[in-house]
Design a protein around this ligand. Sequence first.
Ligand code: SF4
Length: 196
Amino acid sequence: MALKLDDNIFVTQLDQLANWVRKHSLWPMPFATACCGIELMATASSRYDIARFGSEAMRFSPRQCDVMIVAGRVVMKMVPVMQRIWLQMSEPKWCISMGACASSGGVFDTYAVVQGIDRFIPVDVYVPGCPPRPEQLIRAVIDLQEKIQKTGTINAREFDRRTAYEGPGALSKELDPKELVVAPGNFKTGTRVSLN
Ligand code: SF4
């Protein structure tokens, strides 16, 4: 039986509709460097089935992805690589920092290991643990979906504030400003910013 016209009309805000579509079609970019990466792989297995959340389409081409999952410790030499991949991802994009190492350097309190990737790229959700279980990463995906639904706008105005790295302020004092390169999530520019 055909529905009446007024049963076929659904009224909502454009932002809400865009957020609803985006949050159910997250394509992760796996940036797995160490043991946490194994848990990331397990999350895609049939036992945990991240596909239930529309996030199973992991791609290794940044231009096809909109959520970077950094799983494992990141050494300073890998920072330019991580930033380049982040910048190659199109807006709007998000980042999940998976595990103690990615979020804080973990037990590797050394000059060679980044003491938190949020010093160089913006992070939306942090996953605690060493390593976090797949359930925790799934929780992070759900949290990210909620964040997108609550804060997203169709033209990504929410990213305008991302004009610099979002880590602890102390790092800006340690680096020579001429050497400082940040990876903004700015929707309008999406380009590498140098403070020269
Ligand atoms: S948080 Fe633990 S499991 Fe994850 S990369 Fe670091 S040492 Fe490995």
